[in-house]
Write a protein that binds this ligand. Structure first.
Ligand SMILES: Cc1cc2nc3c(=O)[nH]c(=O)nc-3n(C[C@H](O)[C@H](O)[C@H](O)COP(=O)(O)OP(=O)(O)OC[C@H]3O[C@@H](n4cnc5c(N)ncnc54)[C@H](O)[C@@H]3O)c2cc1C
Length: 430
């Protein structure tokens, strides 16, 4: 007798299900035959990736039964949360509900997926009970890797917020900035690659500098970076030297090795080379990894989840797709824009597998805007295609330094339009 490991067994089971030789889990084969449903898709995570997959499957293949599992009834977007921290936008404007998705027939369950049994093809819920799937989509985003910085923890994050997941953490950081005395020091520690939204620490620094310049002019912001290079570097350095001279000091990783320890009761941080620095507001952005449910499903290899570049199907577990920040998408950044683009490919791949719909060759794109000051935004982005093993970049663009004010203002308008469009599409607001 041949011994089958879990992965081989899943592959075999997947082949059998695809061939229609066994009843689909979560529905009967007679239901399939009567055209009542074309299969059951369960999606874990109702953010940029997961909500978009739910919408696009329902929009294009109505007969597929779609269940979205998401603990929060209100989604607060990390994207544009720096605008809130800098005082350019309300928190309310970053919040969205799931009514639109429910209206188009997505079953939304507000609960946490506790575990996944990829042999039985079930997801177990924190509140109890299992949900079966034919295809499972994981877009659970990131978990903060607290252990990567000595002394940092969920409790310490209340004193030294990361604000890298949106909501209470974002409000905490904003509140600390408002409460800080003029003449105070704000410290941001930026992690090494890869992490959620590569340019966001620098946009955050810039928008905090804008706040300090206007409301606390004797104050200063220091970035202790683990890296010595970062995205849109020339553009940020330009605005720091022109608009925020004396407000922003960026100290590259090759000078200190990055923040490795925090001492919360002293409001200080320690770098790899032993330097200690104290500040009034400390924003620790620690290393991250795919949210734990991805590892429980067996989809993670190290911190992130390897995927097939043409469909974002897991390379490790049959019938599971992983997208958004949790996935390893080569040089496609971990952004809402990327997750939304990947979602359309995942939805298309799943619809093709379950209903025989035509499969289009995948094309991905990503655009990241960064706000620098009022009506002054820059952007960068790229298009991608699926190589044999990796997502591959095809074209790219980036704003110029010394750009005309009108171009920057038009970038800002474009970014606001993008925000409305992506959240409109994620949550089927149409
Ligand atoms: C400060 C900041 C600024 C940013 N700015 C931009 C920007 O301008 N443009 C841009 O494109 N991107 C930006 N991003 C990045 C963007 O927010 C993320 O890349 C994007 O949200 C990733 O989508 P996702 O679906 O992977 O994760 P998320 O959008 O985080 O969604 C994950 C969802 O999964 C849920 N979840 C987790 N675990 C479970 C579980 N076990 N069961 C059920 N549900 C679960 C969570 O509650 C969450 O709602 C920014 C990020 C930050 C931190």
């Amino acid at each position: 007798m041949v011994d089958l490991d879990r992965r081989s067994f899943n592959r075999l089971l997947g082949t059998v299900v695809a061939a229609g030789l066994t009843s689909g889990v979560g529905m009967t084969s007679s239901a399939m035959a009567k055209g009542k449903a074309s299969g059951r898709v369960v999606i874990v995570g109702g953010g940029a990736g997961g909500a978009s997959v739910a919408h696009h499957i329902k929009k294009n293949a109505k007969k597929i039964d779609v269940t979205l599992i998401e603990p929060n009834s209100t989604y607060t977007s990390c994207f544009f949360s720096n605008h809130f921290i800098g005082g350019f936008r309300s928190l309310n404007s970053l919040q969205h509900n799931y009514d639109g998705l429910k209206k188009i027939g997505v079953k939304v369950i507000h609960d946490t997926a506790n575990d996944i049994d990829s042999d039985k093809k079930t997801v177990s819920l924190k509140a109890g009970g299992d949900i079966s799937y034919d295809k499972l989509v994981l877009s659970p985003g990131i978990d903060i890797n607290y252990k990567a910085v000595e002394g940092y923890s969920e409790d310490v994050a209340k004193i030294m917020p990361h604000a890298w997941s949106a909501g209470a953490q974002t409000q905490n950081l904003r509140r600390q900035l408002l409460d800080m005395k003029d003449g105070g020091v704000v410290l941001i520690s930026a992690p090494g690659n890869p992490y959620r939204c590569p340019s966001a620490p620098y946009e955050r620094a810039t928008l905090i500098a804008h706040y300090l310049k206007h409301y606390k002019p004797a104050s200063k912001l220091i970035i202790l970076d683990s890296k010595s290079l970062f995205p849109k570097m020339e553009l940020f350095e330009e605005v720091w030297s022109v608009e925020y001279k004396d407000y922003v000091e960026w100290i590259p990783g090759d000078k200190h090795g990055g923040v490795v320890k925090v001492i919360a009761n002293e409001m200080s941080v320690v770098t790899r080379n032993g330097d200690k620095m104290k500040a009034d507001v400390v924003n620790i952005i620690p290393p991250q990894r795919a949210s734990v449910i991805a590892a429980r499903a067996g989809c993670a290899d190290g911190d992130w989840c390897p995927i097939m570049p043409d469909s974002f199907a897991s390379k490790l577990v049959q019938d599971i797709f992983v997208l958004g920040d949790a996935a390893t998408a080569n040089n496609m950044p971990k952004s809402a824009s990327s997750a939304h683009s990947q979602a359309q490919i995942v939805a298309n791949a799943i619809a093709a597998q379950l209903t025989g719909r035509k499969l289009f060759p995948p094309r991905f794109r990503n655009t990241c805007w960064s706000l620098l000051s009022t009506n002054n935004a820059v952007k960068s982005g790229a298009s991608y295609t699926a190589g044999k093993e990796l997502v591959e970049q095809r074209t790219s663009f980036i704003s110029d330094v010394k750009e005309d004010k009108r171009v920057r203002a038009s970038n800002f308008k474009e970014s606001l339009k993008w925000y409305d469009e992506i959240t409109g599409d994620m949550f089927a607001k149409g």
